[in-house]
Design a protein around this ligand. Structure first.
Ligand code: FAQ
Length: 329
């Protein structure tokens, strides 16, 4: 295909053959690659979603990192450090994927820090006890996998390929959370109560991770037509509930929803109403930890300036040296 215009360039008047070529690649379930022509709106939708996803990964390090120094054993501490480090890696793959669309990392971080780009609502809740680390692994990583496995077939190549590796790692994260909760649930009475309390607090926010209901989802229809998203928000939410109910039973924990019932006709679990007002409040910046998360992120960025400067100086020195060597050959 032909070379892409600069990001954001108006291309509403693009020649019909470019549009037809793009449509044919999407319809054939093939991949659009960075140098291919694509509609401006497709590009900006991807930048919005991938940047939001990348931001979620790095902000998502905070609630769990809160427990690294207090993990109950060396084994648990090593696992948690590895997991938090994985989330940083996911952020890097995703920022890299977004950069292929012509947007700079500094620009994305600037938009995160100034509230012009979002991160997932889920990371605005506090981790009050050690069991929250298990609930995040089981429920938050579980929801993330349910949402992200279909993204491995997203029509944009770099995003789809990043998702393959991310999903493998998330699946390990989910299992460690499940195992942690299983241990607590089958431990002392106090440990069981702590696990139940964590599940009580994380269940509903996890269901909100899938986004607003389909009839209020501004972007779903277009994103599905472009095969960025493969399933609607409600479809994935339902899939997640169906996976979690038997797992909760195996864990010996209760999901905090009195309306949870098996529906013979649908062969799916019916579940209670989600408090969408709470979701909108969190998106507006009024969740329990929004301010804390962004303040900590901005501080980390400012305090890390010397690392970025040192890396840039090293890269420039290295480049100058390899330039001199090339001249000498
Ligand atoms: N939080 O029209 P839709 C993880 C916004 S990674 C905040 O339905 P769309 C790993 C949405 O941006 C978790 N905002 O939007 C981990 C839009 O805003 P706008 C992150 C939300 O894009 C685990 C508006 O609402 N995963 O957890 C949320 O078609 C453990 C209308 O919504 C991803 O980002 C929300 N929950 O569907 C890390 C996956 N939901 O621009 C550490 C990729 C919606 O109109 C520890 N993203 N909004 O102002 C997606 O699949 C999609 O973007 C959705 C939303 C499904 C999240």
């Amino acid at each position: 295909m032909t070379t892409a215009p600069a990001a954001g360039a108006a291309n509403e008047t693009a020649p019909a053959e470019l549009v037809a070529g793009f449509d044919a690649v999407v319809a054939a379930d093939s991949r659009i690659e960075p140098r291919d022509w694509m509609p401006d709106a497709y590009r900006s939708t991807l930048i919005r979603q991938i940047a939001q996803h990348a931001h979620s990964e790095i902000i998502g390090m905070q609630p769990e990192a809160n427990w690294i120094t207090r993990a109950p054993s060396l084994r648990r501490k090593a696992i948690l450090i590895a997991k938090v480090q994985d989330e940083a890696g996911h952020g890097l793959y995703l920022y890299g994927a977004a950069e292929t669309l012509g947007v700079g990392r500094d620009d994305m971080l600037d938009k995160l820090h100034s509230g012009r780009q979002r991160y997932s609502s889920i990371f605005n809740y506090p981790t009050l006890t050690w069991a929250d680390v298990g609930a995040i692994g089981w429920l938050v990583d579980g929801a993330a996998i349910t949402n992200q496995v279909p993204l491995c077939r997203c029509s944009y190549g770099p995003y789809a390929r990043a998702m393959v590796r991310v999903c493998k790692e998330e699946s390990f994260h989910q299992r460690q959370g499940y195992e942690l909760l299983h241990t607590l649930s089958h431990g002392t009475k106090e440990q069981h109560a702590m696990a139940q309390d964590a599940v009580d607090r994380w269940w509903w926010p996890s269901l909100m991770m899938f986004g607003p209901p389909d009839d209020e989802s501004a972007h779903s229809a277009q994103s599905m037509a472009w095969r960025i998203k493969r399933h609607s928000n409600d479809e994935l939410r339902q899939r997640f509930v169906d996976i979690c109910v038997p797992q909760a039973e195996a864990l010996g924990l209760r999901l905090p929803d009195p309306d949870l019932r098996w529906n013979e006709e649908r062969e799916r679990w019916d579940f209670g109403a989600i408090d969408w007002e709470e979701f909108h409040q969190v998106l507006r910046g009024n969740g329990p930890c929004n301010e804390q998360r962004l303040t900590q992120r901005r501080t980390a960025h400012e305090e890390g300036a010397w690392v970025r400067d040192a890396a840039a100086a090293y890269a420039a020195k290295h480049q100058a040296k390899s330039g001199q060597e090339a001249m000498a050959v």
